[in-house]
Design a binder for this molecule. Sequence first.
Ligand code: G6P
Length: 606
Amino acid sequence: MCGIVGILGSKPVAEDLVEALRRLEYRGYDSAGVATVENGHLERRRAEGKLRNLETALRAEPLTGTTGIGHTRWATHGKPTVRNAHPHMSAKVSVVHNGIIENYRELKAELTAKGHKFESDTDTEAVVHLVTDGLDNGLAPADAVKAALRHLTGAFALGIIFAGHDDLMIAARQGSPLALGHGDGEMYLGSDAIALAPFTDRITYLEEGDWAVLTRGGAEIFDRAGHRVARQIIKSSANSLLVDKGNHRHFMAKEIHEQPQVISQTLAAYIDMAKSAIDYPDLGIDLGDITRVTISACGTAYYAGLVGKYWIERVARVPVEIDIASELRYREAPLPKGGLAVFVSQSGETADTLATLRYCKAEGQRIASIVNVRTSTIARESDAALPTLAGPEIGVASTKAFTCQLSALACLAIAIGRAKGTISAEKESELVTALAEVPRIIAGMLTDESPYEELAQHLSKARDVLYLGRGINYPIALEGALKLKEISYLHAEGYAAGELKHGPIALIDENVPVIVVAPEDELFEKTISNLQEVAARGGQIILISDAEPELAGCKLAAYIRVPHAHAFTNPLVYAVPIQLIAYHTAVFMGTDVDQPRNLAKSVTVE
Ligand code: G6P
């Protein structure tokens, strides 16, 4: 899973390829490379690690070709070394690939038997040799690619250039997103429109199975069956400016601080503030008829969905099934005809979520997606796309996208509740007013981060950290542990506080910090009992609460005071301290906060 780009330009393209790759780094940053057609032959530069290493390689040995492709990698097959970095190439063809070629082993065996020599451990190289084989047999480039595509199974977005062809680039899409960009006498391809935003805002999204022959004069697009098809050119709103960190040290810090504003914006899309009522977009389904909701997502978005389950079940009295996207699809869950399936995704491109969406669609579900990128595949394939207005999220660890997802889900719960008559107009107004208060409460919480800096030093010494939460705040404990793992590399687990005694309590000794998310709500006393169980075994308790610290009834290693909020909105409010704990711990430990090791922001492989 990776980012790809291609340019048929009017001047040397290497620098622009790198600029586009910078905007795709969220898709992976293990290694990067570019290849160009240099006086008729193919040349490439590749480097391990971040893009700056590729820039150094290009400075040492510049490329001057005006036709080129580029790649930023998140390793799937083969270690992130130069040898495995894209572009992969033969003397005749060079390929960049996002996705996984599932049958590459068979292809490699066949092609090796024919005398092709593989140089890398990647699945992608099979494409190089397959196309080369066609060219060796006298096929023209487009015919060689067309023939090769018939042999590929799996997911891919491909960009291909050819030796001896300065005005030719081929793009192909199956399962991984791919956009074409139209310039004046220039053509582009990229994993998304954001990558192409510095060059053009005229974008064509390829559809599943499409492949396209690009020249500087335009693109000829073909569908899976090889028929010439017309695909719309749309004006993309992707911003050509790369968002910057402002006064913050990291994108993650900036994004945490943007939350009051982006939560407000997101709530405004679903709430009529003047009437203190929900104003939810039409989902093309009568919300009053819903008998079951199925939610599916990955990572942080899954935890947002889990909070959504608590909200919808509590407010609308509708049973909600929630599953990790990669699980729902394969367990062939029976879904009631006409049910509502909700997908939560920041990027709108997560492969597992998308595949599950398609499964649910085939099962006759009405599809609603809560997405941050409106032009994404998930948004485009949904019956109703419900936007989160978080703006671009650059930090790999999701923060503002999460709280915006929560905002949209809270409003969805109220909308269903109102349609089903499970809440009165007064209750609706109470909940909406509580939501409208959240940005102000969070802004207040972001004025002093010194308690987190102190706590970070303490946590950095731990080997394991436990997070506990109950009820609707249990997913916040899970998200807290995920955040800490992702960016500080400390081992952390989240548990339902009541589950502690059924296993995790065995881990507790005086070296294990236990972070307890415990608002003073109807479950507070129960959580405090679990906290006592930790105290009795010498665990170091870090309490995050609006209750006075004395109420814990034991010695606390640290106490994070949270302003009092309506119990309905606590997941939004308590999301902030768990983000700040992870952030400051990672900063103290000196890890790469915005681009943590092994992760990628958008995971477009299964
Ligand atoms: C990756 C990211 C996570 C994100 C998850 C789902 O694992 O690192 O931060 O929560 O994908 O991504 P999505 O774009 O679907 O929300």
